[in-house]
Design a protein around this ligand. Structure first.
Ligand code: HEM
Length: 462
């Protein structure tokens, strides 16, 4: 029998801190160096160790067995402290009850309805733009996706105060949570940043905003067909029990965050990539002009926008917003011929797989043609996991893809976005992967846009 290779530990680990420093300061470079060390690599996440699967088969094996490899480890343990026990963070026993309650709100029929609101909000955003002005596209996309999430999932329009409050507190919550993954509680008082100090307040403020949404939906419960109202009415199949008040609250907070942060980031990266690859932007415009001729895209248009989809998928490959997360084993187990005790942490990084040159030639280049039918091997295609895989795969994947494609097509059809700064983008890896501020100059495209029959012009509120 061939001997099993030993699991190597990544170099330059420090006592107590382990690899906390490279994981906090240069996490992407650090993680990208791991496949050279083997299929499974050991890293120190602060005081405890974690194993990183660098081989796509091992990665999928972990994601497939949701009971054995449960939501735990530093990412989800700290995540539960920050945002509670909702669908993203819940352990197997709660999740198997929660997911069937929420799944129907994300089926194809509902996405078709949400798509009208997505297009409407995107139109309203573009009506607030003026040719020649410079806009921070990172911030604009965050506002757009927040408005879409609250309106489509909770049937509550996000007013100006709500949006600015989320803009103020959510980044602090996300950064504070990320810091707490690597810095033990007793050392936190030594971190002198404003974000660290304001973290408890950020949690409290985000909870207040969540309460506002729930109160609003309760007030108009009978007329509201949205996800939140259906969760309020949902009953467990076996016990007949409704969701508890705390559980409902946690679901709303988690959907508010998961539903807006990630898609906003994906859109910001996509516009940055298009802005720095004019030939690809031109091909995208050609497709969009041919299919839409200046009108607002609809859900039914999406299947014909093949290059737009390729652009989005390639952007998600290069910059997966959920670039890392963890699992912890609920019992002792065997993986790749090695045995691991109960409570072992695995750190999973889609970024590692997506940038592996053995899977993707020239992994750093933005090449939407990789996504042409037949251009990629099956192994490579299955290694692109921006939405995860298995029973904990993102419930909002089709929601997000529709939302992002509608926004890309609508914006590319009517506007040219040019980056103002010419220095290369350095993605910022925190709880999600971020572009940071992304000032871009807007130029309205010369053809006469066909206005869609959409509702309110929100310019005054923005
Ligand atoms: C580009 C956008 C998005 C990306 C890249 C993304 C990524 C992910 C990933 C990787 C996971 C799995 C995490 C794990 O296995 O530990 C996940 C789970 C989840 N996402 Fe998303 N997501 C996106 C958009 C959305 C949207 C729009 C929503 C809601 C409207 C959403 C809600 C959720 C929820 C509730 C889960 C937990 C699912 C479960 O465990 O059953 N996500 N997402």
């Amino acid at each position: 029998m061939p001997e099993l290779p030993v699991i190597r530990r990544a170099p330059r680990s420090l006592p107590i801190a382990g690899h906390a420093l490279p994981l906090l300061v240069q996490p992407l470079e650090f993680l990208k160096s791991l496949p050279a060390l083997g299929d499974l690599v050991r890293v120190g996440m602060g005081p405890s160790d974690a194993y990183v699967p660098c081989d796509p088969a091992l990665f999928r094996q972990i994601l497939k067995d949701t009971r054995l490899y449960d939501k735990g480890g530093l990412f989800y343990d700290r995540g539960r402290e920050a945002v509670g026990n909702g669908l993203v963070t819940s352990r197997w026993a709660d999740h198997r009850r929660q997911r069937p309650l929420m799944q129907p709100s994300f089926d194809h029929r509902h996405i078709g309805h949400y798509a009208e609101l997505m297009a409407d909000e995107t139109d309203a955003m573009m009506r607030s733009w003026r040719s020649g002005e410079i806009v921070d596209i990172d911030q604009a996309m965050a506002r757009l996706t927040l408005r879409i999430t609250t309106r489509s999932l909770f049937s509550v329009p996000a007013d100006h105060t709500f949006v600015t409050q989320v803009e103020k507190w959510l980044p602090i919550l996300m950064d504070g949570f990320f810091l707490r993954m690597f810095v033990p509680a007793r050392l936190l008082p030594l971190v002198p940043t404003k974000t660290n100090r304001q973290y408890p307040r950020a949690i409290a403020e985000m909870r207040k905003l969540t309460e506002e949404i729930i109160d609003e939906v309760r007030r108009k419960k009978d007329e509201d067909p949205g996800l939140l109202a259906s969760l309020m009415n949902a009953r467990d199949e076996t016990t007949g029990e409704p969701l508890g008040t705390q559980e409902l609250f946690d679901q709303v907070l988690i959907l508010l965050i998961a539903g807006s942060e990630t898609t906003a980031t994906a859109l910001a990266f996509t516009f940055q990539l298009l802005g720095t690859h004019p030939e690809i932007a031109a091909r995208l415009r050609e497709e969009v002009d041919g299919a839409l001729g200046g009108r607002t895209p609809r859900f039914e248009d999406l299947s014909g926008l093949t290059f737009t989809r390729q652009v989005l998928m390639e952007s998600l490959r290069l910059y997966p917003p959920a670039w890392m997360f963890t699992r912890a084993t609920s019992t002792a187990c065997e993986l790749g011929g090695h045995t691991f005790p109960e409570g072992t942490t695995f750190l999973l990084s889609p970024y590692v797989l997506h940038h592996d040159p053995a899977l993707f030639p020239r992994p750093e280049s933005f090449d939407p043609d990789r996504w042409r039918p037949g251009a990629m091997s099956d192994v490579a295609r299955r290694s692109v996991v921006p939405f995860g895989a298995g029973g904990r795969k993102c419930i909002g994947d089709q929601f997000a893809i529709s939302e992002a494609m509608l926004a890309i097509a609508a914006i590319a059809g009517r506007w040219d976005l040019t980056p103002v700064r010419d220095r290369p983008l350095r993605p910022i890896a925190r709880a999600t992967l971020k572009t940071g501020p992304l000032p871009m100059r807007l130029r309205e495209r010369p053809h006469e846009p066909v206005r869609s029959a959409t509702t309110n012009d929100l310019r005054d509120q923005r």
